[in-house]
Design a protein around this ligand. Structure first.
Ligand code: GLN
Ligand code: ZN
Length: 764
C-alpha cells in the first residue's frame, strides 16, 4: 500500500489566528498561557484537518510560534549568551532571539533572519560560538508536540531540521571564527538523545529535513552527511526510522551524500521530476522513496493524472510498499484553505487548491495508486475536468498576448543609442546639478491615507472624492520636496497599497484573494496576488497620478513602476507556462506603461526590481544563467521603448551584486539606486572593477529606522562612496522608499541629505 504524507502544515490558522495571538501577547493584551493555549488549539485543529482528509503520515513539530529553526536553536541549547543571560522565561527568550527585546532593562537585538532557500519565508540563523556546546532542552518541543498529538489520538511523524542543514544554515557569531560544520561531532549527541526520546514516546518514523542537499556544497559538508547518518544507522532501533527529506531542488549532483541505509528518502518531484530515475537507482536495497508530487509552494490544483504517473513510475520499480506520496515540501508556503475565499469567481476557484485541499488530494492520489483508479473514479474525473477547463479557458489564454509575444524582435531589447549618447541628451533635458538628489518613490503612508483608501474600497467615498484626496497628497508631497530642494521629484505613491498588488489589480490575467495569507516571517504574512492567465494591460496604470504631479511642479518628475521580475516573484505564478513567458508578458505590459509615461511628460522613469536577486536559482551554473538571461531580457523589454533623452532608473534593496554583477550591468539602466547605508561601501568595488560607466545612487541612510542621520554622517558616507565612484556618476538618495516612516523624521533626514549633497557640489 502506498501511504500519503504531509511534510508540514501552515501554522497561522484560518484567520491568521496565530498572528493575532502572538501580536496580542507582544502587546501585553493576552497572557503567555493564553498564547500557548491558542497555539495548542491551532496544532490540534491542523492535525485534525489532515487526519480527516485521510492523510496517513501527519507531521508534528512543524509548528512554531515564530520559526522552526529558531525552535531548534532553543531545543539544542544553542542560545547565544546575550539572550540566555537575560533571565527571560523560555517563551520570551525565544521571541527575543526572533525579534529583539527592549523592555524592563533588557535590550537585545534580534538574531539575523534570512530567506529560507528561494521561498519568501524567512528563518532565524543559528548563530554559533567558537566554544559552542549543545545541550538538549529538558522538555524538547518535538517530544512535547508528539505527545500532545498522541493524547488527541493522532500518531504523528515528528519533523526535525537535520544536523547538517542546521549547521550549514548557521553562521559564526560576530567576532567568532568557528566554521559551523566543524561543530557536527558536538551536535550529534543531542540528536541521538532527542531521537531516542521520540522513540520512547512512540514515534516509529521521524522526518529529518536536510534541504541543504539541493545546494552546491563544499566537500566538508558533503562528508558531514556520511558522519551523521552512519552514526544514526549505528543506533539501530534505539531511534525511530528516518525519512531523509530534501526539497526545492534535485539531489543528483550530491547523490554520494545521500545515506544508503536510511529508512526513506524524500525528493521534490514537482520542481525536479527528472531526478526520479537517478534517485531510485541510488537508493539502498530497502529504502523507501517519498515522492513529492503535490506542490508545497503554489496554489494550483494538482494534476492527478500527471502525479499518479510519477508515483507509478516509482511503484513499478520499487513496489507499492516502498513508495510514499507526499507534498513536495512543507505546505507552509501555501494558504490555509480555499473555503475562506467567498469572492473568487467560481470558474477560477475550481483551479485552486490550498493546504487543506492539498491534504485531500494526497489521500486521493495514494488511494488511486493503491486500490486502482476505479476506487476514486469520481474524483479523478472531476480533477481531469478542472484541469481541462483551466487549460482551455479564455482567462488562461489570450491569443492577442501570444501574438504580440511572437513578434518581439531583437531591437525591442535595446535602447536607441549607447549610454554616452543617452546621458548627454538627458543632461540637456534635465539640467541636473552634480550629485543630484532624489528619493526611491514612496513617501509616508499616513493613517489618513490608509483610512481614505479603506473608505474608498468599502464604497464610503466616491471615486471622484478619493481621486481628489490623492491629488492633494501628491501636491503636498511635491511641495515638500521642492522646499527641501530635491532635484528629481516623485509623486510619493499615496495611491498604492502594495507595490505588486497595485499593478496586479490593473492587469488582465491576475486574480486576488481575501484570505490566502502565507507566513513571511514571525507573525508577518503576505497575500500574494495570483497570475491565472496571459497578462496584458487594458489601460494605463500610473499615468494619471504622475501626470498630475508633473502639472504641479517645474522640477523633473520620476515615474515609478514595479518591474516584471518583481511582479512575478511576489505573486503566485502560473504552473502551466514557464516563468520566463510570464515575465515577458508583464514586461510588454510595463513597456506600454513606460512609453505612456514618457508621452505624458515624465522624463525620468524608475522600474524597481528588488526581487531580482531572490529569484536566483539556488545553484550556480546553467540554471542560474538561464534565469538571469530571461530576467534581464524582461527588464530591458519593459524599459527600452523610450527616447534617448528619457532617463531610466532601477532600484534594488541590497548591494551584494558580486555573484551576478554581469546581469545588473546588462540591465543597461541609466541610473541605479541601491541599498548601501547598512552595507560595506567596499561592495561598490564591483562597479569600479567593471569600469561601470553609468550612474549609481548608493543609499546614504537607512530608512528602516526612525533615526535621523546627521548631515556629517551623510557626508562621511558620501566621502566613502567617492573612493569608489566618480563624482559625475554619483546620485544622492536614501536606501529605499519612505512609506513606513513618519513625516517628521523623513523631512529632517532628507534636509540633511540635501545639505550634504550641496556641500559636495560646492567642493567639486
Ligand atoms: N518605489 C518603491 C518605494 O519607494 C520601492 C520599494 C522597494 O524597493 N521595496 O516604496
Ligand atoms: Zn528598496
Amino acid at each position: 500500500m502506498v501511504q500519503s504524507a504531509i511534510l508540514g502544515f501552515p501554522r497561522m490558522g484560518v484567520n491568521r489566528d496565530l498572528k493575532k495571538a502572538t501580536e496580542a501577547y507582544w502587546g501585553g493584551k493576552i497572557s503567555q498561557d493564553d498564547l500557548l493555549a491558542e497555539a495548542k488549539r491551532l496544532r490540534l485543529a491542523h492535525w485534525k484537518i489532515q487526519k480527516d482528509a485521510g492523510v496517513d503520515l501527519i507531521p508534528s513539530n512543524d509548528f512554531a510560534l515564530y520559526d522552526q529553526v529558531l525552535s531548534h536553536i532553543q531545543d539544542f541549547g544553542a542560545v547565544p549568551e546575550r539572550y540566555s543571560s537575560t533571565g527571560l522565561n523560555t517563551v520570551d527568550e525565544y521571541f527575543a532571539m526572533g525579534r529583539g527585546h527592549q523592555k524592563d532593562g533588557v535590550d537585545v537585538p534580534a538574531l539575523e533572519m534570512v530567506k529560507w532557500f528561494d521561498s519568501n519565508y524567512h528563518y532565524v540563523k543559528p548563530t554559533l560560538q567558537n566554544n559552542q556546546n549543545f545541550k538538549l532542552a529538558s522538555k524538547p518541543k518535538a517530544v512535547a508536540e508528539f505527545n500532545e498529538a498522541k493524547e488527541a489520538g493522532i500518531t504523528t511523524r515528528p519533523v526535525l531540521v537535520g544536523p547538517v542543514s542546521f549547521l550549514h544554515l548557521g553562521k559564526a557569531d560576530r567576532g567568532q571564527s568557528v566554521e559551523p560544520i566543524d561543530l557536527l561531532e558536538k551536535l550529534l549527541p543531542v540528536y541521538e538523545e532527542l531521537l531516542a526520546q521520540l522513540k520512547q514516546a512512540g514515534a516509529t518514523t521521524v522526518q529529518i529535513d536536510e534541504p541543504v542537499l539541493v545546494l552546491d556544497l563544499p566537500s566538508k559538508t558533503k562528508a558531514a552527511f556520511k558522519t551523521a547518518y552512519e552514526k544514526f544507522a549505528s543506533l539501530g532501533d534505539k531511534i525511530p526510522q528516518l525519512v531523509f527529506t530534501t526539497y526545492f531542488g534535485d539531489i543528483v549532483h550530491n547523490l554520494e551524500a545521500v545515506p544508503k541505509d536510511v529508512y526513506a528518502v524524500h525528493v521534490d518531484l514537482v520542481r525536479n521530476p527528472e531526478q526520479l530515475e537517478t534517485v531510485i537507482s541510488a537508493l539502498g536495497p530497502k529504502t523507501i522513496l517519498s515522492a513529492g508530487v503535490v506542490d508545497g509552494r503554489n496554489i494550483w490544483k494538482t494534476n492527478f493524472k500527471r502525479a499518479i504517473e510519477k508515483v507509478e513510475a516509482a511503484t513499478q520499480k520499487l513496489g507499492a510498499d516502498r513508495v510514499i506520496v507526499a507534498t513536495s515540501s512543507s505546505l507552509l508556503h501555501t494558504p490555509h484553505t480555499l473555503a475562506s475565499e467567498k469572492k473568487l469567481d467560481p470558474e477560477i476557484a475550481d483551479w485552486f487548491s490550498f493546504a487543506s485541499e492539498k491534504a485531500v488530494e494526497l489521500a486521493i492520489i495514494a488511494k488511486a495508486v493503491t486500490d486502482g483508479p476505479a476506487s476514486v473514479r469520481e474524483q479523478l474525473e472531476a480533477n481531469a475536468k478542472s484541469v481541462e477547463a483551466r487549460a482551455t479557458s479564455k482567462r488562461t489564454n489570450d491569443p492577442a498576448v501570444k501574438e504580440r509575444q511572437s513578434k518581439i524582435s531583437k531591437d525591442d531589447y535595446n535602447r536607441k543609442a549607447e549610454f554616452a549618447t543617452r546621458i548627454s541628451e538627458q543632461e540637456k533635458k534635465l539640467n541636473l546639478p552634480l550629485f543630484p538628489t532624489t528619493t526611491i518613490g514612496s513617501f509616508p503612508q499616513t493613517k489618513e491615507i490608509r483610512q481614505q483608501r479603506a473608505k474608498f474600497t468599502k464604497g464610503e467615498i466616491t471615486a471622484a472624492e478619493y481621486e481628489k484626496f490623492i491629488e492633494k497628497e501628491i501636491e503636498d508631497n511635491v511641495k515638500i520636496q521642492e522646499e527641501l530642494g530635491l532635484d528629481v521629484l516623485v509623486h510619493g505613491e499615496p495611491e498604492r497599497n502594495d507595490m505588486v498588488q497595485f499593478f496586479g489589480e490593473q492587469l488582465k490575467g491576475y486574480t486576488f484573494t481575501t484570505h490566502a495569507w502565507v507566513q513571511s516571517y514571525g507573525s508577518r504574512c503576505v497575500r500574494p496576488p495570483i497570475i491565472v492567465g496571459d497578462v496584458s494591460r487594458p489601460s494605463p496604470m500610473t499615468v494619471k497620478e504622475s501626470k498630475y504631479a508633473v502639472s504641479v511642479s517645474k522640477k523633473p518628475m520620476k515615474g515609478m513602476l514595479t518591474g516584471p521580475v518583481t511582479c512575478l516573484r511576489w505573486s503566485f505564478p502560473r504552473d502551466d507556462v514557464h516563468q520566463s513567458v510570464q515575465a515577458e508578458q508583464l514586461a510588454l505590459a510595463l513597456r506600454d506603461e513606460v512609453v505612456d509615461l514618457e508621452k505624458a511628460g515624465i522624463d525620468v522613469i524608475q522600474v524597481d526590481e528588488p526581487a531580482l536577486r531572490e529569484g536566483l536559482p539556488l545553484r550556480s551554473g546553467k540554471e542560474r544563467e538561464a534565469y538571469l538571461d530571461w530576467a534581464v531580457k524582461a527588464f530591458r523589454l519593459s524599459t527600452t521603448g523610450v527616447e534617448n533623452a528619457t532617463q531610466i532608473h532601477s532600484h534594488f534593496c541590497y548591494s551584494e551584486f558580486q555573484d551576478f554583477f554581469h546581469a545588473i550591468a546588462a540591465l543597461d539602466a541609466d541610473v541605479l539606486s541601491i541599498e548601501n547605508s547598512k552595507s560595506d561601501a567596499k561592495l561598490l568595488t564591483v562597479f569600479v572593477d567593471s569600469q561601470y560607466p553609468r550612474h549609481i545612487g548608493p543609499g546614504v541612510y537607512d530608512i528602516h529606522s526612525p533615526r535621523v542621520p546627521s548631515e556629517q554622517e551623510i557626508k562621511d558616507r558620501i566621502e566613502e562612496m567617492l573612493q569608489y565612484l566618480r563624482p559625475e556618476q554619483l546620485w544622492i538618495n536614501p536606501d529605499c522608499g519612505l512609506k513606513t516612516r513618519q513625516w517628521k523624521e523623513t523631512k529632517e533626514a532628507l534636509q540633511n541629505m540635501v545639505s550634504a549633497a550641496k556641500h559636495f557640489r560646492a567642493k567639486h
